[in-house]
Design a protein around this ligand. Structure first.
Ligand code: 2X7
Ligand code: FE2
Length: 302
């Protein structure tokens, strides 16, 4: 019998399209000025890539806030997608020609496990679908080669249609279903929660969007919440983080309201291990942390 699968590492991997723009990959049409406003985040992603470079994993799973689905949670369900993904707010920064493979068997297994939890699930079978910029940005920044299949999960509207508490319960259930599906299919998986922390942002841009003199946190309340949340992660207090999540969402307008971080914590069984913060920085006033829970290393230590 084949080995049971496992989640190797879980990461908080935020997706400001500005970071792809700043890196100037050939797939992205706009060219960056190189002015350097987002260096702390680009350096944080470089540290994350270094940290995971020798790990063995065969698929990347991402939960994205920018594929918003009104009826349930959707998963990409076609083996190959290519096309042009454009950020509707920042088309001046992100017009990315994507070409990626999907692990449809694992996506289907997550769908089936989550249905058993009572969640409304759907497989996205349209081969012309434009993959959203959250999925592409997080994947690009973690593994620019796009040489492994991915699984992408949409953001259902439970937090918005019912309540933050109901949303949180669903995302923990979806996380648990994801873990079981990874185990049953024998995959070694890297998980990405593609979201910012505090998410209040400026509504205008300087002439050069990369101008470092413009870039700072929107207000101190946002920054205090972000540092508090990072401290909970760093000290292994993930249960308390979940308890405080509805307040964080409400008071810092956190992008965690799309469920990505809670899904990740649920999939990792709400680990009380200390997370590693690889970087923190602002993008157009939002707070973004790059964080790693190295489950494989924790297992070896235990
Ligand atoms: O989607 C985003 C984001 N979450 C944060 C900052 C800037 C742009 O887009
Ligand atoms: Fe976003």
């Amino acid at each position: 019998m084949s080995e049971p699968g496992r989640i190797v590492t879980g990461c908080l991997a935020p997706h400001p399209p500005h970071l792809v723009y700043a890196a100037n990959p050939e797939q992205n049409e706009p060219r960056s000025s190189g002015a350097g406003a987002w260096a702390p985040l680009l350096e944080g992603y470089a540290r994350l890539r270094e940290s995971i470079k020798d790990k063995e994993y065969d698929v990347i799973l991402v939960h994205t806030p920018h594929w918003k689905t009104c009826v349930g949670h959707h998963l990409l369900g076609v083996p190959h997608f290519e096309g042009l993904s454009v950020d509707p707010i920042f088309p001046n920064l992100f017009r990315f020609h994507f070409d990626l493979q999907v692990d449809v068997e694992l996506a289907q297994a997550i769908h089936d496990e989550a249905e058993k939890e009572g969640l409304v699930m759907n497989m996205m079978r349209n081969p012309e679908f434009r993959v959203d910029y959250g999925t592409i940005t997080s994947n690009y920044l973690v593994r620019p080669a796009f040489d492994l299949p991915i699984v992408a999960i949409s953001s259902a509207r439970t937090y918005f249609d019912y309540s933050d508490e109901a949303g949180e319960r669903e995302m923990l259930a979806l996380g648990a279903a994801t873990k079981r599906a990874v185990e049953k299919t024998g995959r070694k998986a890297l998980l990405l929660a593609s979201c910012s922390l505090s998410h209040r942002h400026f509504t205008d841009e300087p002439a050069d969007p990369e101008d470092p003199s413009f870039e700072h946190i929107y207000n101190e309340n946002q920054s205090k919440w972000d540092h508090h949340v990072m401290n909970l992660m760093q000290t292994g207090q993930t249960r308390r983080l979940l308890e405080e999540m509805p307040d964080f969402i409400a008071q810092a307008n956190a992008e965690c309201r799309d469920g990505s971080l809670t899904w990740l914590l649920g999939a990792m069984d709400v680990p009380n291990m200390e997370a590693k913060i690889h970087g923190y920085g602002t993008v157009i006033g939002t707070g973004n942390a790059i964080v790693e829970w190295d489950l494989a290393a924790a297992e070896v230590q235990a």
